[in-house]
Ligand binder design. Structure first.
Ligand code: NAD
Ligand code: LMR
Length: 342
């Protein structure tokens, strides 16, 4: 197909594409927000049988929107067809949390999906496919995907905590009375759950340390208390307000995650990503854990050498402990599901 850009189109898989986040993210991906304004895309949309008709509706709307960067749309309920040749996979498919549930309550429903889809990605996706898991429990789904796709490099499998990161930036900006783009280098440590630790110790507002800009007694108490809780509980607050979990902000943050991964982070800037841990900052290796990272040439690197005080260290460990517990639960769910299927 003719296109003004000389670049080869990239195939991007979006699972759960007929759902809420799907509806927002397909538009952003087709508009260049995910891979850049000069990168044509072919969108592979996957959903399950009951959503087949709705999925065709999404395809119709993508055609109707006449996006210049959108070369083709494959809308399917066939997992193999969906995974064929994809270079980016955004894993949204699954069941969302409802009011009153913790994210790990959706575990049994979602982890088995990730084990199955891992095998399909391994067999049919591009050898260097880069994967972002959004569906909850995001870190543990990503880990199960990794465990069931041994030939996909572990560094290619990530989970979304950029939404939490952006939420933290927005809260600091509002408190400091500045625009969100002037706030940098907050960190989300750990799990995309209420044990995550939003850390401002190394962040800046207009180039000055956050704790210097927000330094009054009230501001300090806010940073140590309400700010942390607000970020940890923001997903639940959105569910309460909308009656549905966050979708547009999740989609937008997912585009930020992939955009920075492929195109790099600006010098001196870092972002939070759930990545396969190597033991950095004393956290157990082999978990998908959110760390501060920089990206260059399509690879992320954990920011090293940050000073961690004992309060922060305890928070990091608590989130790692939760992830270890989730891992056990997830493995048990997967073997139960496998036994039931026999
Ligand atoms: P949704 O219910 O609107 O959409 C999910 C879609 O996934 C549905 O269309 C469903 O049919 C589809 N689906 C279910 N099983 C599937 C499978 N095996 N293969 C392919 N598709 C499948 O939910 P949503 O609001 O779009 O949320 C999706 C997920 O993202 C939920 O797990 C939610 O909790 C999570 N979430 C994560 C973050 C984050 O920051 N990590 C933010 C928001 C939402
Ligand atoms: C979010 O953070 O908004 C999502 O993970 C949805 C949820 O269950 O909180």
């Amino acid at each position: 197909a003719f296109h003004w850009s000389s670049r080869k189109p990239m195939r991007v898989l979006i699972t759960g594409a007929a759902g809420q986040i799907g509806y927002a993210i397909v538009a952003m991906a087709a508009n260049g927000d995910m891979l850049g304004q000069d990168q044509p895309v072919i969108l592979h949309l996957l959903d399950i049988e009951p959503a087949k008709q709705a999925l065709q509706g999404v395809k119709m709307e993508l055609m109707d929107a006449a996006y210049p960067l959108l070369v083709d749309v494959v809308a399917t309920t066939d997992l193999q067809e969906a995974c064929a040749g994809v270079e980016v996979a955004v894993m949204v498919g699954g069941f969302p949390r409802k009011a009153g549930m913790e994210r790990k309550d959706v575990m049994a429903k979602n982890v088995s999906i990730y084990a199955q889809q891992a095998r399909a990605l391994e067999a049919h996706a591009s050898r260097d496919v880069k994967i972002l898991v959004i569906a909850n429990p995001a870190n543990t789904n990503a880990l199960m995907l990794k465990e069931h796709a041994p030939s996909i490099p572990a560094e290619n499998i990530t989970a979304l905590t950029r939404l939490d990161h952006n939420r933290a930036l927005a809260q600091i900006a509002a408190r400091a009375g500045t625009h969100v783009s002037n706030v940098r280098n907050v960190i989300i440590w750990g799990n995309h759950s209420s044990t995550q630790f939003p850390d401002v110790a190394h962040g800046t507002v207009d180039g000055r340390p956050i704790r210097e800009v927000l330094r009054g007694e009230e501001d300090a108490a806010w940073l140590d208390g309400e700010f942390v809780e607000t970020v940890q509980q923001r997903g639940a607050a959105v569910i309460k307000a909308r009656g549905l979990s966050s979708a547009m902000s999740a989609a937008s943050s997912a585009c930020d995650h992939i955009h920075d991964w492929f195109n790099g982070t600006a010098p001196g800037k870092w972002v939070s990503m759930g990545v396969y841990g190597d033991g950095s900052y004393g956290q157990p290796a082999g978990l998908i854990y959110s760390y501060p990272v920089t990206c260059q040439h399509g690879k992320w690197k954990i920011v090293q050498g940050l000073e961690i005080d004992s309060h922060c260290a305890a928070k990091l460990k608590a989130s790692a402990d939760e992830l270890l517990e989730e891992r056990e639960l997830a493995l048990a769910c997967i073997s139960e599901a496998a036994a039931a299927a026999q």
